[in-house]
Design a protein around this ligand. Structure first.
Ligand SMILES: [Zn+2]
Ligand SMILES: [Zn+2]
Length: 223
Protein backbone atom coordinates (compact mmCIF):
# COMPACT_ATOMS: atom_id res chain seq x y z
CA UNK A 1 0.00 0.00 0.00
CA UNK A 2 1.07 3.53 -0.49
CA UNK A 3 2.83 5.13 2.41
CA UNK A 4 0.67 8.19 1.81
CA UNK A 5 -2.57 6.41 2.43
CA UNK A 6 -4.57 7.81 5.29
CA UNK A 7 -6.87 5.05 6.36
CA UNK A 8 -10.43 5.98 7.08
CA UNK A 9 -9.77 8.97 9.33
CA UNK A 10 -9.07 6.53 12.17
CA UNK A 11 -5.41 7.24 11.83
CA UNK A 12 -5.70 10.76 13.13
CA UNK A 13 -2.00 11.55 12.90
CA UNK A 14 -2.15 11.05 9.16
CA UNK A 15 0.60 8.49 9.60
CA UNK A 16 0.67 4.88 8.60
CA UNK A 17 2.19 1.88 10.33
CA UNK A 18 5.10 2.27 7.90
CA UNK A 19 6.07 5.57 9.50
CA UNK A 20 7.18 3.73 12.59
CA UNK A 21 5.93 6.69 14.62
CA UNK A 22 3.89 4.52 16.92
CA UNK A 23 5.50 4.60 20.35
CA UNK A 24 3.26 2.00 21.97
CA UNK A 25 4.87 -1.03 23.59
CA UNK A 26 4.56 -4.08 21.37
CA UNK A 27 3.62 -6.19 24.39
CA UNK A 28 1.62 -4.10 26.84
CA UNK A 29 0.57 -1.10 24.74
CA UNK A 30 2.04 1.54 27.07
CA UNK A 31 3.06 4.78 25.36
CA UNK A 32 6.58 6.23 25.16
CA UNK A 33 8.08 2.82 24.42
CA UNK A 34 11.54 2.73 22.84
CA UNK A 35 12.17 0.99 19.50
CA UNK A 36 14.36 -2.11 19.26
CA UNK A 37 17.96 -0.90 18.85
CA UNK A 38 18.66 -3.31 16.03
CA UNK A 39 15.60 -3.27 13.79
CA UNK A 40 13.60 -0.29 15.09
CA UNK A 41 10.45 -2.21 14.35
CA UNK A 42 9.19 -3.39 17.75
CA UNK A 43 8.80 -1.03 20.71
CA UNK A 44 9.32 -1.81 24.38
CA UNK A 45 8.33 0.19 27.46
CA UNK A 46 11.14 -1.38 29.48
CA UNK A 47 13.33 -4.38 30.12
CA UNK A 48 10.47 -6.57 31.37
CA UNK A 49 8.48 -6.39 28.13
CA UNK A 50 11.66 -6.51 26.02
CA UNK A 51 12.82 -9.71 27.72
CA UNK A 52 9.36 -11.24 27.53
CA UNK A 53 9.33 -10.75 23.75
CA UNK A 54 13.02 -11.53 23.09
CA UNK A 55 12.75 -15.22 22.12
CA UNK A 56 10.05 -14.49 19.57
CA UNK A 57 11.34 -11.14 18.29
CA UNK A 58 14.86 -12.42 17.55
CA UNK A 59 13.44 -14.81 14.95
CA UNK A 60 12.94 -11.89 12.53
CA UNK A 61 14.76 -8.91 14.09
CA UNK A 62 17.90 -9.34 11.96
CA UNK A 63 15.98 -9.91 8.74
CA UNK A 64 13.83 -6.82 9.07
CA UNK A 65 16.44 -4.33 7.83
CA UNK A 66 16.97 -6.32 4.64
CA UNK A 67 13.27 -6.22 3.85
CA UNK A 68 12.68 -2.48 3.48
CA UNK A 69 12.89 -2.15 -0.30
CA UNK A 70 9.57 -3.11 -1.82
CA UNK A 71 10.14 -4.68 -5.27
CA UNK A 72 6.98 -2.97 -6.55
CA UNK A 73 3.81 -1.39 -5.23
CA UNK A 74 2.11 -4.74 -5.81
CA UNK A 75 4.34 -6.53 -3.33
CA UNK A 76 3.53 -7.11 0.30
CA UNK A 77 5.82 -8.50 2.97
CA UNK A 78 4.64 -11.84 4.27
CA UNK A 79 6.04 -14.40 6.70
CA UNK A 80 6.79 -17.94 5.56
CA UNK A 81 7.49 -20.92 7.78
CA UNK A 82 9.25 -23.43 5.51
CA UNK A 83 9.53 -27.06 6.56
CA UNK A 84 13.35 -27.07 6.50
CA UNK A 85 13.90 -25.36 9.85
CA UNK A 86 15.24 -22.10 8.40
CA UNK A 87 12.15 -20.08 9.22
CA UNK A 88 10.33 -17.95 9.99
CA UNK A 89 11.48 -15.82 7.07
CA UNK A 90 10.17 -12.67 5.43
CA UNK A 91 9.24 -12.89 1.76
CA UNK A 92 7.92 -10.35 -0.73
CA UNK A 93 4.76 -11.67 -2.28
CA UNK A 94 3.32 -10.20 -5.43
CA UNK A 95 -0.38 -9.77 -4.97
CA UNK A 96 -3.03 -8.37 -7.23
CA UNK A 97 -5.71 -6.78 -5.15
CA UNK A 98 -8.63 -9.00 -6.01
CA UNK A 99 -6.73 -12.26 -6.31
CA UNK A 100 -7.18 -14.17 -3.12
CA UNK A 101 -5.18 -16.25 -2.78
CA UNK A 102 -2.69 -15.47 -5.54
CA UNK A 103 -1.00 -18.18 -7.61
CA UNK A 104 2.28 -17.32 -5.99
CA UNK A 105 1.10 -18.92 -2.76
CA UNK A 106 1.33 -22.28 -4.55
CA UNK A 107 5.07 -21.84 -4.85
CA UNK A 108 5.23 -21.55 -1.10
CA UNK A 109 2.59 -24.07 -0.07
CA UNK A 110 2.96 -26.58 -2.91
CA UNK A 111 0.31 -28.02 -5.15
CA UNK A 112 -2.97 -29.13 -3.68
CA UNK A 113 -5.61 -27.58 -1.53
CA UNK A 114 -4.82 -25.44 1.42
CA UNK A 115 -6.81 -24.00 4.28
CA UNK A 116 -6.98 -20.48 5.68
CA UNK A 117 -7.72 -19.35 9.20
CA UNK A 118 -7.79 -15.76 10.34
CA UNK A 119 -7.29 -13.85 13.52
CA UNK A 120 -8.99 -10.49 13.88
CA UNK A 121 -7.08 -7.81 15.70
CA UNK A 122 -8.96 -4.87 17.08
CA UNK A 123 -8.95 -2.39 19.89
CA UNK A 124 -9.69 -5.14 22.40
CA UNK A 125 -6.73 -7.20 21.27
CA UNK A 126 -4.81 -8.20 24.37
CA UNK A 127 -1.50 -8.35 22.54
CA UNK A 128 -0.22 -4.93 21.50
CA UNK A 129 -3.49 -3.14 22.28
CA UNK A 130 -3.93 -0.08 20.14
CA UNK A 131 -0.70 -0.68 18.22
CA UNK A 132 -2.55 -0.86 14.94
CA UNK A 133 -4.31 2.28 13.72
CA UNK A 134 -7.23 0.32 12.26
CA UNK A 135 -8.66 -3.19 12.45
CA UNK A 136 -6.67 -5.87 10.74
CA UNK A 137 -6.60 -9.58 10.26
CA UNK A 138 -3.67 -11.96 10.23
CA UNK A 139 -4.27 -15.12 8.25
CA UNK A 140 -2.48 -18.45 8.26
CA UNK A 141 -2.42 -20.43 5.02
CA UNK A 142 -1.74 -24.13 5.53
CA UNK A 143 -2.01 -27.27 3.51
CA UNK A 144 -5.50 -28.65 3.66
CA UNK A 145 -4.26 -32.21 3.50
CA UNK A 146 -2.51 -31.44 6.76
CA UNK A 147 -2.97 -34.92 8.18
CA UNK A 148 -1.55 -36.78 5.25
CA UNK A 149 1.73 -38.58 5.76
CA UNK A 150 3.29 -37.15 2.60
CA UNK A 151 3.73 -33.74 4.21
CA UNK A 152 7.04 -33.12 5.90
CA UNK A 153 7.30 -32.22 9.55
CA UNK A 154 7.72 -28.45 9.83
CA UNK A 155 11.05 -28.16 11.65
CA UNK A 156 10.75 -24.35 11.63
CA UNK A 157 7.75 -24.63 13.93
CA UNK A 158 9.96 -26.36 16.50
CA UNK A 159 12.10 -23.20 16.64
CA UNK A 160 9.12 -21.18 17.80
CA UNK A 161 9.02 -20.40 21.50
CA UNK A 162 5.74 -21.01 23.26
CA UNK A 163 4.36 -23.47 20.74
CA UNK A 164 2.29 -26.07 22.55
CA UNK A 165 2.88 -28.95 20.17
CA UNK A 166 5.37 -28.23 17.36
CA UNK A 167 5.62 -31.93 16.50
CA UNK A 168 2.11 -31.85 15.11
CA UNK A 169 2.93 -29.20 12.53
CA UNK A 170 3.33 -30.52 8.98
CA UNK A 171 3.87 -28.77 5.69
CA UNK A 172 4.81 -25.13 5.02
CA UNK A 173 2.87 -22.15 6.39
CA UNK A 174 2.27 -18.70 4.97
CA UNK A 175 1.09 -15.66 6.94
CA UNK A 176 -0.50 -12.55 5.47
CA UNK A 177 -1.77 -9.42 7.14
CA UNK A 178 -4.83 -7.47 5.99
CA UNK A 179 -6.60 -4.35 7.07
CA UNK A 180 -10.27 -3.69 6.55
CA UNK A 181 -11.07 -2.24 3.16
CA UNK A 182 -11.89 1.44 3.05
CA UNK A 183 -15.18 2.71 1.74
CA UNK A 184 -13.59 4.52 -1.19
CA UNK A 185 -12.04 1.25 -2.30
CA UNK A 186 -15.49 -0.29 -2.63
CA UNK A 187 -16.31 2.34 -5.22
CA UNK A 188 -13.15 1.64 -7.19
CA UNK A 189 -13.38 -2.12 -6.88
CA UNK A 190 -17.12 -2.54 -7.05
CA UNK A 191 -16.76 -5.77 -8.97
CA UNK A 192 -14.94 -7.65 -6.25
CA UNK A 193 -16.71 -9.81 -3.68
CA UNK A 194 -16.82 -9.02 0.03
CA UNK A 195 -14.35 -11.79 0.68
CA UNK A 196 -11.80 -10.03 -1.47
CA UNK A 197 -12.38 -6.66 0.13
CA UNK A 198 -9.37 -6.69 2.36
CA UNK A 199 -6.33 -4.54 1.96
CA UNK A 200 -3.14 -6.56 2.17
CA UNK A 201 -0.50 -5.14 4.44
CA UNK A 202 3.08 -5.85 5.32
CA UNK A 203 3.87 -8.33 8.05
CA UNK A 204 6.63 -7.19 10.39
CA UNK A 205 8.35 -8.50 13.51
CA UNK A 206 5.31 -7.76 15.69
CA UNK A 207 3.23 -10.11 13.51
CA UNK A 208 5.17 -12.98 15.10
CA UNK A 209 2.94 -12.84 18.18
CA UNK A 210 -0.07 -13.52 15.99
CA UNK A 211 1.83 -16.16 14.03
CA UNK A 212 2.46 -17.90 17.35
CA UNK A 213 -1.23 -17.68 18.28
CA UNK A 214 -2.37 -19.04 14.92
CA UNK A 215 0.08 -21.96 15.06
CA UNK A 216 -1.19 -22.84 18.52
CA UNK A 217 -4.75 -22.58 17.28
CA UNK A 218 -3.98 -24.98 14.47
CA UNK A 219 -2.09 -27.37 16.78
CA UNK A 220 -5.10 -27.39 19.14
CA UNK A 221 -7.25 -28.69 16.26
CA UNK A 222 -4.92 -31.63 15.68
CA UNK A 223 -6.08 -35.02 17.04
ZN1 LIG B 1 5.41 -2.94 27.77
ZN1 LIG C 1 14.52 -5.88 16.59
Amino acid sequence: MSANNTPNGKDTDGKTSDDNANDKCTLCGKSNAKPCENCGNANYCGVVCKNADAALHKLLCHQYKDFQDRPSKHHVRCIVLPVDGSGPVFKWLHQEFATNPPDETKEILGEGNFGIKGKHLNEDEKIAPGTYPYPRVVQIFYRNDFFKADLELNVSAARFPGLHNPWKMFGPFLFLSYSDLLEEDFEVWDNVSNDDCMRKEDCDTTTLRHVQDLLNLLASLMP
